[in-house]
Design a protein around this ligand. Structure first.
Ligand code: CP
Length: 326
């Protein structure tokens, strides 16, 4: 095992700052702009303090985190696991297929059973919106939302914003388009809440069957023609079509969708010179993004993945780290 190092020596603070009073991270809708900035600031400091270093630090020594993933995940589960381990914590992986849930146990009883083994945090992904909130009401430990159906995916929103900040220094007054399956996207909602609180202009763009006028209530512009908005955008975040959450297909064919909404070489030609191309992943090459754009010089897709680790380390540390007494 790697030697443990003291992260606090490289950070400006040694305990969770008093501005952060939360035990859970359930969504960005409930956070203030100051709280969002704090998480991003801590993530940036952690990233800088741990750059090129795979050693464990001691921030979560003695703490145990449980991954409760009821939906598939590559990025989120792996980076939460790495985040907890790099902070010196232990990680327990819960498998819904082989657990006692399959014998009729409720999710609350399952989570309480894990908590009885002294978990300090559960990271939960579930297809039902509100599942993390239900657990937070029933558990003493921290609950972190790793995606609840189409509702929120707060760490994805945060890592997307951190990536924009690294390139632009601010999100204030930037125009950020979220393109694709907005209706079923927890990433879209978390991005909207976070970006709007930090002063960005947000456009949601896609077929009318996936982007209704109701999104205007969140203070965003609704668009259905990608070619019209591309020239105005500083950032294009291309969301996956979530066929698994749809009862009926919302457009005639994937080919037609790609023709109208994929970011490709032709559309890059009308984009700003310094446009950022983002995608939360998993990406479907040739559907929401062409392979040359996904791998092109404007793409920051893999930087988003890297920043996911820093954001999740920050969130775990803020929610479960040592607090000032008194
Ligand atoms: N972006 C995202 O949540 O990816 P995973 O489903 O792989 O975790």
């Amino acid at each position: 095992m790697s030697e443990t190092v003291d992260l606090s020596e490289d950070l400006e603070f040694t305990c969770v700052p008093s501005l952060w009073q939360r035990k859970h991270l359930l969504g960005l809708e409930e956070l203030t702009a100051a709280e969002i900035r704090l998480i991003l600031d801590v993530a940036a400091q952690i990233k800088s303090a741990t750059a090129g270093c795979r050693d464990r630090v001691s921030a979560l020594n003695g703490r145990t985190v449980a991954n409760l993933f009821f939906e598939n995940s590559t990025r989120t589960k792996t980076s939460f696991t790495l985040a907890a381990k790099r902070l010196g914590g232990d990680v327990v992986d819960f498998s819904s297929n082989t657990s006692s849930l399959s014998k009729g146990e409720t999710i609350i009883d399952t989570a309480k059973t894990l908590e009885a083994m002294n978990m300090d945090a559960v990271i939960v992904r579930h297809r039902t919106p509100g599942t993390p909130h239900l657990l937070a009401q029933n558990l003493e430990c921290s609950v972190i939302n790793a995606g609840d159906g189409p509702h929120e995916h707060p760490t994805q929103g945060l890592l997307d914003i951190l990536t924009i900040l690294e390139h632009r220094g601010t999100v204030e007054d930037l125009t950020v388009a979220l393109v694709g399956d907005i209706s079923h996207s927890r990433t879209a909602r978390s991005n909207i809440f976070g970006l709007k609180k930090l002063g960005a202009r947000v456009i949601v763009c896609g077929p009318a069957t996936l982007v209704s006028r109701r999104w205007e209530k969140f203070g965003v512009e609704v668009a259905h023609n990608l070619d019209e908005i591309v020239p105005r955008c500083d950032v294009l975040n291309l969301l996956r079509i979530q066929f698994e959450r749809q009862q009926t297909r919302p457009f005639p064919s994937v080919r037609e969708y790609a023709h109208l909404y994929a970011m490709n070489r032709r559309r890059m030609a009308i984009a700003k010179d310094n446009v950022l191309i983002m995608a939360p992943g998993p990406i479907n090459r040739g559907v929401e993004i062409s392979a040359d754009v996904a791998d092109g010089e404007h793409s920051v897709i893999l930087e988003q993945v890297t920043n996911g680790l820093a954001v999740r380390m920050a969130v775990l540390w803020l929610c479960c780290g040592p607090r000032e007494i008194g």
